[in-house]
Design a protein around this ligand. Structure first.
Ligand SMILES: Cc1cc2nc3c(=O)[nH]c(=O)nc-3n(C[C@H](O)[C@H](O)[C@H](O)COP(=O)(O)OP(=O)(O)OC[C@H]3O[C@@H](n4cnc5c(N)ncnc54)[C@H](O)[C@@H]3O)c2cc1C
Length: 480
């Protein structure tokens, strides 16, 4: 933290109280660095408002004094989105104390929650009302619903339920000048002009602070069948996805792909992980069917579909979980890949998406290139393949090769993202832009797209105080 002017500190304290202001000391440290430890920032102070009125008052103060504001949720961004810059002139506004569940309407299938609720809290609240909130991420214990909205988070249920944007009915947002946009609608049909809420979803805090959201709920999941399937290659995995969708009448809710190398890393670095198959296979698919009808015999449907695929040589082997414990053990193999990768050493990460129909062709081009151009790295491409989303990561072969691998980050990123672009894909499928990918957005967005984004930014945040340096260079920063 830098020394905030004493009068600013006093004004902030007058708004949020003693408990809501971290102006110095160790308590502020976690707010100044990102989850991946790529960025270390400084800040004038960290404020933790406890109501929308307090958020509005802080923004009014900051707008008048032209102080930059960095919204901060659960700090699980992979792109440094919630970390202030090194100037020490920005204010971190953390939403953790704005964490009340305002209402649940099980008949209208709608829940209204404040932005600082963790995703896990929202899931539990829905469940306690006999409903289901489907967003599911490895970080759900700490990421917040405001952060999920600001990043338009994806995760493991997108195939069936869509991204965060698809799960929202309305938002309450404090604008850069402190005005409150009250839009906590419970309506599914409302064609009254522009869809204003959509602007703030995926904007990563650059247009305003989301303070509450009205979220869609779904029937509780009452039947579930989960399988770990061994396949020879990526085309077989893609074919299996189509087969399962048809065989289950679209009840596939998750379809995750993992290469053998990812499983090996998990087995080596995560306590208690074990290989469920007797011998190695080149690729694995973790797939899950779900239904709201308890009587749906999904395990029978899955068994028949996989049995047919095995008979026709489309898959190599399959295990259907027979208990909740076994299901969770399958999921842990998938969810622990990021942790295993970071314990194993350095890696170059690319969060890409492609049309599902072009995934195999893309990997057939990219894998040999990594093999020859990055001798100190090994490709570990895994992820939400049901949505065409791959975490295309390159891990160091050994700890001694971390530095050499990291030295290639820029050239590998350029080659991978250019190829993604050639295949009609996206260089940021679900993690957003943050401060990590600002240059990538400038490279791959069209000039018209960038101009439209800057017009929206200028209309909602003319002084550029909302999370500057993230997503888009704006104002004086456009031509440094
Ligand atoms: C183990 C792990 C697994 C993950 N898995 C996935 C995954 O499967 N899919 C996926 O999409 N992501 C995933 N992520 C990334 C991350 O969890 C998501 O991006 C998440 O939505 C970020 O939420 P957060 O509350 O931590 O936001 P933060 O990291 O605090 O902030 C993210 C961005 O949102 C802004 N922001 C935060 N709160 C608000 C608000 N109330 N109003 C306006 N702006 C705000 C911040 O300024 C920042 O730009 C994973 C991360 C980890 C660590």
């Amino acid at each position: 933290l830098t020394a905030a002017a004493p009068d600013l500190r006093a004004q902030l304290r007058a708004i949020v109280g003693e408990a809501g202001l971290l102006a110095e000391g160790a308590a502020a440290v976690p707010y100044l660095t990102d989850h991946r430890r790529l960025y270390q920032g400084r800040a004038l102070a960290v404020v933790l408002p406890a109501s929308v009125t307090e958020v509005a008052a802080v923004l009014r103060l900051c707008a008048a004094a032209r102080i930059a504001v960095v919204p901060h949720g659960g700090n699980t961004s992979y792109c440094g989105g919630a970390t202030p810059d090194a100037s020490g002139q920005q204010l971190v506004l953390a939403l953790a104390r704005l964490n009340r569940l305002r209402s649940i309407d099980a008949v209208n299938d709608c829940l209204i929650a404040e932005a600082g609720c963790t995703l896990a809290q929202i899931q539990a609240a829905a469940q306690s009302a006999g409903r289901f909130f489907p967003l599911s991420l490895g970080s759900q214990g700490s990421c917040q619903i405001g952060g999920n909205l600001a990043t338009n988070a994806g995760g493991t249920s997108v195939l069936r339920y869509g991204m965060m944007r698809d799960l929202v009915l309305g938002l309450e947002v404090v604008l850069a000048d402190g005005r409150v946009l009250e839009g906590l609608s419970g309506l599914r049909k409302d064609n009254t002009g522009y869809d204003v809420k959509s602007l703030f979803i995926g904007a990563e805090g650059t247009l305003g602070v989301i303070t509450a959201a009205s979220l869609k709920l779904f029937p509780e999941v009452r039947a579930r069948a989960t399988a770990l399937v061994a396949v020879a290659d990526v085309p077989a995995a893609v074919a299996l996805l189509a087969h399962l969708k048809t065989a289950s009448s679209e009840r596939v809710s998750s379809f995750e792909l993992m290469p053998r190398l990812a499983l090996e890393l998990t087995l080596r670095h995560i306590d208690g992980a074990r290989d469920p198959f007797g011998h190695p296979h080149p690729w694995y698919v973790l797939c899950e069917l779900t239904s709201a009808r308890a009587a749906d015999a999904l395990d029978v449907i899955l068994e028949e579909a996989l049995g047919g695929a095995l008979e026709h040589g489309q898959i190599e082997d399959a295990l259907i979980s027979t208990s909740e414990r076994e299901r969770q053990a399958f999921w842990r193999l998938r969810e622990n890949i990021p942790a295993a990768q970071s314990r194993a050493g350095a890696s170059l990460k690319h969060d890409i998406s492609l049309p599902v129909s072009r995934l195999a062709e893309f990997l057939a081009r990219a894998a040999p290139w990594i093999e020859t151009a990055v001798p100190e790295g090994r490709l570990i491409a895994y992820g939400h393949v049901g949505d065409g989303n791959l975490h295309f990561n390159v891990s160091a072969r050994s700890a001694g090769e971390d530095a050499a691998l990291l030295g290639r980050a820029e050239s590998v990123r350029r080659w991978v993202h250019d190829l993604v672009c050639e295949f009609g894909g996206s260089f940021s499928a679900e993690h957003g832009i943050g401060q990590l990918k600002v240059a990538e957005l400038e490279r791959y967005a069209t000039p018209v797209e960038l101009a439209v984004m800057r017009s929206i930014k200028a209309a909602l945040d003319p002084h550029g105080i909302m999370n500057p340096g993230k997503v888009l260079r704006f104002g004086a920063a456009e031509n440094p």
